[in-house]
Design a protein around this ligand. Structure first.
Ligand code: SAM
Length: 274
């Protein structure tokens, strides 16, 4: 996929394999900053500044912005565009491999605002939602389908590990739909901007988070299987042990993972960690 190009702004040839779909409408960009709730006290981490349009809008409102961009061709363009913006620091790097605690630690509590590279939406959100760092909110442009997966409720096709993690850590809301034609080059589908203020306290009690996340991942491993059948291999349980755990958590033994609410996942995690 790498190298598949597309027209971006001016002379720059967008690399769509890097998810390069740029925004340029200053009114829309300003709205995204407003929807993110960014004010003069806030520090922002932006993933993928691209040509710097959102970075510029953020810099005008935030105390400080740190932007991480993987494409080295964009660094000189960003340097020119952001020249004189003393509250912006642009760093070259890959968000998936960068040492984020080292990079972001000095910022103190920060907000994430980004028009995400869509090929990395789930890995980036998994990372941000599990980082041991003071993230105050995550505000991201994603494909409309990804937004549906983030806010999905149990027993719907979009419900999965991303919904459980996002709703456990944060309070996600789809705050705006954005048509593909707002981007250059336009992506294949429409997009949505999702805000996720991070919760101070999770909505359910989970004594062992690692086990909770292992359970959630196992529950959706084979969507057509019952939870009982997914639990046995994931936790090394016999059929009888798995059935007993479900019963103790108040769940029928033919339940499917996709039917479990956050509360039900937490109850089962408590039984399994006992
Ligand atoms: N913020 C710009 C805008 O709104 O116009 C660009 C957004 S574009 C959808 C995604 C950006 O993420 C691109 O600049 C791309 O090069 C960058 N990107 C892609 N993969 C990345 C990675 N692994 N780490 C950091 N940035 C990445």
């Amino acid at each position: 996929m790498r190298g598949k190009g597309g027209r971006g702004h001016g002379q720059f040839r967008a690399n769509q394999a890097l998810g390069q779909h740029f925004l340029s409408d200053p009114v829309l960009l300003d709205d995204l900053v407003t929807l993110s709730g960014i004010g003069p006290e806030d520090t922002v981490f932006e993933i993928g500044p691209g040509l710097g349009s959102l970075t510029e809008a953020l810099a005008a409102r935030a105390r400080a912005v740190l932007a991480l961009e993987v494409d080295p061709r964009l660094l000189p363009i960003l340097a020119v565009r952001l020249h004189g913006q003393h509250n912006v620091q642009v760093v070259e790097g890959d968000v998936m491999t960068a040492n984020l605690p080292e990079l972001l630690g000095p910022l103190g509590p920060f907000h994430v605002v980004a028009n995400l590279p869509y090929y990395l939406t789930t890995p980036i959100l998994n990372l941000l939602l599990t980082l041991p760092l003071p993230v105050k909110s995550i505000n991201v442009m994603v494909q409309k389908e990804a937004a549906e997966r983030i806010v999905a409720v149990p027993s719907t096709p979009a419900y999965g590990p991303l919904a459980v993690l996002a709703q456990y850590r944060a309070q996600p809301t789809v705050v705006r739909l954005i048509e593909a034609r707002e981007f250059s080059p336009p992506p294949k589908t429409d997009s949505a901007f999702v805000t996720m203020p991070i919760r101070d306290v999770p909505p359910v009690a989970v004594p062992d988070e690692a086990l909770f996340f292992r359970l959630v991942s196992a529950a959706f491993q084979m969507r057509r299987k019952t939870l009982l059948n997914n639990l046995m291999p994931a936790f090394g349980l016999s059929r009888e042990q798995a059935a007993a755990a479900l019963k103790q958590a108040g769940l029928p033994d033919n339940v499917r993972g996709e039917a479990l609410s956050l509360q039900a996942f937490a109850a089962l995690a408590q039984v399994l960690s006992a």
